[in-house]
Design a protein around this ligand. Structure first.
Ligand code: ACM
Length: 266
């Protein structure tokens, strides 16, 4: 199984040029089964008005991003996860889409909004579920969801092998934390982050790059720099994520003492 990330710098509100750049990067990429793209890959991140969201968002699955990415996954018999600025009625969601060899499969709406995202997006409704495609069980989260271990745990209990984590990270912690998410759930994680600095409406943010792939044994299988724009693919043995035993007596899912965790549901 070949899985990877694409790291690039989306240009703010330049939907068509972002799509062109992604398409030409993917065209040159080696074979892959699953490729994860960054959060808000169509729109960029630093919004200062709703009119910018109107301009840069799309209805899922009828927009140009999902349409073009579906052409790619069909022609390459592959799966892509991509962060999309979603328009739904009068509302906007920070979403991810899962697209396979037969086209659009499903979407995830970010459930934990970060900082000023709360001014522009609705908190999403997930869902936190596993999708089985091409022999992989895939779950989606978006960026700041990383700081809530419950979200990844629910996906692990749903049976995912691989967490597709589309990101626009600005804090320096997530890359380290995802190693823990991998070992505590015995899953692969793919964080696809963006690069660059965006300035708009008096706000300036610099994104941390360093996209990466982690293994169920807490190995860093691939990573890249802060500013690089590139695709990295690694070959994995997906069966590793289906063995939840750490040793003869400890299983990271079966050993849970859920009665002791009732406060988590309050
Ligand atoms: C983030 O959730 N985009 C920081």
């Amino acid at each position: 199984m070949k899985i990877g990330f694409l790291q690039f710098e989306p240009l703010f509100c330049q939907v068509e040029s972002n799509l062109d750049k992604l398409s030409s990067m993917i065209e040159k990429a080696p074979d892959f089964d699953l490729l994860v793209l960054p959060e808000l890959a169509n729109s960029g991140y630093v919004f200062s008005s709703k009119s910018e969201l109107v301009k840069a968002s799309e209805i899922i699955p009828d927009g140009i991003f999902v349409e073009k990415l579906s052409e790619i996954t069909k022609s390459r018999n592959s799966v892509i996860v991509c962060g999309i600025c979603e328009k739904k009625g009068a509302d906007f969601y920070n979403s991810s889409v899962l697209i396979g060899p037969d086209g659009f499969i499903g979407k995830y709406q970010k459930i934990h909004l970060f900082d000023r995202e709360k001014l522009f997006f609705q908190p999403g409704n997930g869902p936190l579920i596993s999708y089985e495609v091409k022999g992989m069980k895939i779950g989606m989260l978006v960026c700041f969801d990383w700081i809530f271990p419950e979200a990844t745990r629910v996906l692990a209990l749903e049976g995912i092998d691989i967490l597709a984590h589309s990101a626009n990270l600005v804090l320096p912690y997530s890359q380290t934390v995802m190693l823990a998410r991998s070992i505590e759930n015995r899953i692969f994680t793919i964080t696809s982050n963006r690069t660059g600095t965006e300035k708009n409406g008096g706000i300036e943010l610099t994104f941390t790059g360093q996209s990466q792939i982690t293994s169920p044994k807490m190995e860093l299988l691939a990573s890249t720099g802060v500013d690089t724009e590139e695709i990295k693919i690694v070959e994995i043995d997906i069966e590793l994520a289906r063995n939840k035993w750490l040793n003869e007596r400890n299983n990271v899912l079966l050993d849970r003492r859920s009665k002791m965790y009732s406060k988590l549901l309050k």
